[in-house]
Design a protein around this ligand. Structure first.
Ligand code: PSU
Ligand code: MN
Length: 305
């Protein structure tokens, strides 16, 4: 593997696997520290690692412990990120701050992908990607996931972006940033809770081998960005699309009525959706994540093979 920078700790098991060219799948930790309620977060964190191992792939959950960016968190470290109230959300710009101030942090897609790539990991799974927020034309609120992925050559499996974001604008920005997006066995861009966001995709792939070939083609061309594999939730398990649209409209109206803005918007909307769906959105969230972890593991094997 390329020598990881001094500032990154790589678990022994992960280091050995990377050096041997064995399949490794990177997993983020903001979903655990900030995306899911306790104790479901810990169940999900441990179960997804187990799911990856059962598929013959080594999981590397990535996060920050005592300021140290860590690739391959130990079980007690995952527990710590799931239960401590002191855990901060760490994107790339937060990594040096977390290090200097010895914080614990859950890493976003951006920070996770960047750390994984620096250590030679080539595939990663997440639930939903960050993107362009509604109203971004005024607020400039766009996730650093997008700009980071433009310069991080990893294959990333997600179920698109949540509908609380501006999906059309996110797709436009991905195009501008030269980031290829392919549907996994679909021509439609998934909308996280629903299999079809209402936006189409120009390209699709049919297998993990196709994803591996795409990553190889990117490398052969010397391109430096990620390849995004958009993996929809099984239509039988999605949130009913009409119900979804109604709840989202209510949530957006409630946020506006309450004068919510800026970084408070996402937690407010997600909380509203969760309560308005009676927890059903959380179950879909977990189903989405399981599907992405399963596909990520298959792609990691194809890439390593
Ligand atoms: N989307 C979700 N749930 C999440 C996130 C995104 O549906 O928990 C997390 C991911 O870690 C993503 C981050 O990388 O939020 C994006 O945050 P921001 O918009 O602040 O960059
Ligand atoms: Mn933001």
């Amino acid at each position: 593997m390329q020598t990881p920078p001094h500032g990154i700790r790589v678990a022994d098991e992960v280091r050995v696997a990377i050096e041997a060219g064995a399949p490794v799948l990177a997993l983020e930790s903001t979903i655990l520290s900030h995306g899911l309620p306790t104790p479901r977060n810990l169940e999900v964190g441990l179960a997804s690692e187990e799911q990856v191992r059962s598929a013959g792939v080594l999981p590397a959950t990535i996060g920050v412990i005592d300021g140290v960016a860590t690739v391959g968190l130990a079980r007690d470290e995952i527990e710590r990120l799931c239960t401590s109230a002191e855990v901060v959300k760490v994107s790339v710009r937060d990594l040096p701050i977390a290090r200097a101030q010895r914080r614990d942090g859950g890493t976003t897609v951006a920070a996770t992908a960047w750390l994984a790539h620096r250590c030679g990991i080539r595939v990663m799974s997440t639930g939903g990607l960050g993107g362009v927020h509604r109203g971004a034309a005024e607020t400039f609120d766009e996730s650093a996931d997008l700009t980071t992925l433009a310069e991080t050559p990893i294959t990333l499996v997600s179920a698109g972006v949540k509908s609380i974001l501006d999906i059309g604008a996110t797709l436009e920005r991905l195009e501008t940033l030269n980031i290829p997006v392919v549907g996994y066995r679909t021509d439609r861009y998934p909308g996280f809770y629903v299999a079809d966001s209402g936006f189409g995709l120009e390209y699709r792939i049919e297998s993990p081998a196709d994803a591996a070939e795409l990553a190889r083609a990117r490398d052969e061309l010397g391109l430096r960005g990620a390849v995004l594999v958009a993996n929809p939730v099984d239509a039988a398990k999605q949130l009913d699309p009409e119900f979804h649209d109604r709840v989202l409209a209510e949530a957006l109206a409630a946020a506006s009525d309450a004068g919510i803005s800026g970084h408070d918007t996402t937690p407010f909307l997600l909380d509203h959706v969760q309560r308005a769906t009676g927890g059903r959105s959380l179950e879909v969230n977990l189903e989405v994540y399981r599907g992405n972890v399963a596909l990520g593991a298959e792609i990691a094997r194809a890439v390593a093979g």
